[in-house]
Design a protein around this ligand. Structure first.
Ligand code: ZN
Length: 267
C-alpha cells in the first residue's frame, strides 16, 4: 500500500514488519542478518563443504543455531568457519563450531586470536563475554578455498585492522567484505593494529576486482560496486589526508609546548 507522507495522507494500517532475519543472496548463499552488536553472518552451502563467514557475538550463538536450523542445518554440519578479521562482533560464536569445523583467518588475525589480544579484538573495551579458540588455518593473500561448486579467493585487505581479509567469489563477483568496505563505498574506522595507508592500498586493490555485489559485515548489501568502489578509494584518500592534517597539528602542538615527545624522560 502506498504511504503518502509522515504527517498525513494515506497511511498503511498494517503494523511495520520486521526485516527478514535470513536473506537468500543466491542459490545456497544466505545472509543471517546481524543481531547487534554482532555482524552479519553468511552461510554458503557448497557441494562438498558448508561454510560460515564470521559468527557474530558469543551471546548470540543460540540465535545463530536457530537460523541454521531454519535452513535445515545443525552446528556440526558446518565444515569451515572463515573469519574476516579479529573483532569481537565477527568472531564471538566461533568457539562453538571449533569441535567439528576448521577455523581459518588471515595469519595477522590468527596470532591475535591465539594470544587472546583483547586490546585488538575489543573484547575488553566493550566488556563482552568471550570464549577463546584457536585458528586452525592461517591464511595468506591469494589463498583459495575450494567448495566443490564454488571457489573463494582470500584478498588480504589490511587497514581497518592488520588481519582484515575479504573473500571473493569470482564466478558471480561476490565480495564478502567484512568491515573493509560497506554499501555506498563507506569505510570503517582504523582500529588498533590498523593503518590508514594500508586501507588506501586495500580499497585500490578491491577496485581492480570485478565485483558485482558487495556483501558487508554490517548494513546493506550493494549491487552497485562500480559506483561504490571508486567512492571507497576517494573516502580512503580523504581519511589519509585528514590523518596527515591531524598529525601535523599534533606535532606543532608538541613543539609549541617545548616537549621532545611522549617518550622524553624527565631529567
Ligand atoms: Zn571490525
Amino acid at each position: 500500500m502506498k504511504r503518502e507522507n509522515r504527517t498525513g495522507g494515506e497511511q498503511d494500517a498494517s503494523p511495520p514488519t520486521e526485516p527478514s532475519r535470513i536473506i537468500e543472496i543466491g542459490p545456497d548463499i544466505y545472509q543471517f542478518h546481524s543481531e547487534k552488536p554482532g555482524s552479519h553472518i553468511y552461510l554458503i552451502r557448497g557441494r562438498s563443504k558448508n561454510v560460515l563467514i564470521d559468527t557474530g557475538t558469543t551471546s548470540h550463538f543460540p540465535l545463530l543455531k536457530e537460523r541454521l536450523s531454519d535452513v535445515g542445518l545443525r552446528v556440526r554440519d558446518i565444515h569451515l568457519v572463515l573469519l574476516t578479521h579479529e573483532h569481537f562482533d565477527h568472531i564471538g560464536a566461533t568457539t562453538f563450531f571449533h569441535k567439528t569445523a576448521v577455523v581459518a583467518a588471515h595469519r595477522l588475525a590468527a596470532n591475535k586470536l591465539d594470544l587472546q589480544d583483547d586490546f585488538v579484538t575489543l573484547n575488553k573495551y566493550y566488556n563482552v563475554p568471550s570464549k577463546p579458540f584457536w585458528v586452525d588455518v592461517w591464511l595468506e593473500d591469494g589463498a583459495v578455498i575450494e567448495l566443490g561448486n564454488r571457489r573463494l579467493r582470500t584478498v588480504h585487505t589490511p587497514g581497518h585492522t592488520s588481519g582484515c581479509v575479504c573473500y571473493f567469489e569470482p564466478d558471480e563477483g561476490l565480495l564478502f567484505s567484512g568491515d573493509t568496505v560497506f554499501a555506498g563505498g563507506t569505510l570503517s574506522d582504523v582500529a588498533g593494529s590498523g593503518s590508514v595507508s594500508d586501507y588506501m592500498e586495500s580499497v585500490q586493490r578491491l577496485n581492480n576486482l570485478r565485483v558485482k555485489k558487495i556483501l558487508p559485515g554490517h548494513g546493506w548489501a550493494s549491487d552497485t560496486p562500480e559506483e561504490d568502489m571508486p567512492r571507497a578509494v576517494e573516502n580512503a584518500r580523504e581519511l589519509l589526508n585528514d590523518s596527515m592534517v591531524f598529525f601535523e597539528a599534533f606535532i606543532k602542538t608538541r613543539k609549541l609546548e617545548g616537549q621532545g615527545g611522549y617518550w622524553r624522560q624527565k631529567p
